[in-house]
Design a protein around this ligand. Structure first.
Ligand SMILES: [Zn+2]
Ligand SMILES: [Zn+2]
Length: 271
């Protein structure tokens, strides 16, 4: 089994204090062959304001230093979790261009409710007990995901955590499921497959394993072939948490390979 975790954060992200080298050492201890740092660059910040440019000089320096220190003990990749690209396509493309040749991997994500306060969907105080509002949050995510996959395929390699708002909506006691949006999700998956992009199985440090089996089945039925896996760790102790389970789920769903990225090209590894 090819153990890889290609979604993780360091102190370059606003919500992490981790050092890349500590994360990478944790990856080695967890038996990973390949690990990717994918710090946040959300075009909208947590409160919904346009964000400052990504700190590429710091990210590149950290990556190069860690790579040098690790030698051949671990395949370390440089990624970016690009959030809310449809909010400002020009800024999104600019940020990716600045990553230069060393950029291996781009996760396309949507954390914000674009067009409605623009704030992070994690802010569930605004949904408390309000089912219709929670449904609108989910629909907004699907609308903007559709824009990303149909109009901005150059702005992502793998679609990150498609069920992101449900994490928080569930916490708030409102039961919504991806099954309520099956037709729209299948349309998104069909487009991902048609354009040879990947879907991410994001296990959220082992906290979200149950969402994925039905989504993997739909993705496969829609012609999807490329799957990336990520624990989404924001601290060393969470690196690779849930990854072996994710790879087992891929196998059970009939996939033969897990995908990683090098210089934004997919590399398939037999499970
Ligand atoms: Zn994310
Ligand atoms: Zn993340």
């Amino acid at each position: 089994m090819y153990l890889c975790d290609i979604h993780s954060h360091t102190k370059i992200s606003p919500d992490s204090k981790a050092e890349l080298l500590d994360n990478a050492r944790a990856a080695i201890n967890a038996g990973l062959r390949e690990f990717c740092v994918s710090d946040h660059h959300d075009l909208l910040d947590y409160d919904g304001f346009p964000a400052a440019p990504f700190d590429w000089p710091a990210a590149l320096k950290q990556y190069r230093t860690a790579k040098e220190a690790l030698g051949d003990k671990l395949i370390l990749r440089l990624g970016l979790e690009l959030g809310s690209a449809p909010y400002d396509p020009h800024a999104a493309r600019e940020a990716l261009a600045q990553g230069g040749e060393e950029l291996d991997f781009v996760l396309g994500s949507l954390h914000n409710w674009i067009g409605f306060h623009n704030n992070d969907l994690l802010d569930m105080t605004s949904y408390r007990g309000d089912g219709p509002l929670a449904r609108r949050a989910m629909e907004s995510t699907l609308d903007h995901t559709w824009t990303l996959v149909t109009q901005m395929p150059d702005c992502y390699d793998s679609l990150a955590h498609i069920s992101y708002p449900l994490r928080y909506i569930r916490n708030d006691g409102i039961y919504l499921s991806m099954a309520d949006y099956e037709e729209r999700v299948r349309a998104i998956f069909t487009e991902i497959a048609r354009t040879d992009h990947a879907m991410e199985v994001n296990v959220w440090t082992g906290r979200d394993l149950d969402s994925w089996p039905p989504l993997l089945a739909w993705f496969r039925e829609c012609g999807g072939r490329l799957i990336t896996v990520g624990a989404d760790a924001h601290r060393p102790e969470d690196v690779a948490k849930g990854i072996p389970e994710a790879l087992d789920m891929l196998k059970a769903a009939g996939f033969d390979h897990v995908t990683t990225y090098e210089r934004r090209k997919p590399v398939l590894h037999k499970l």
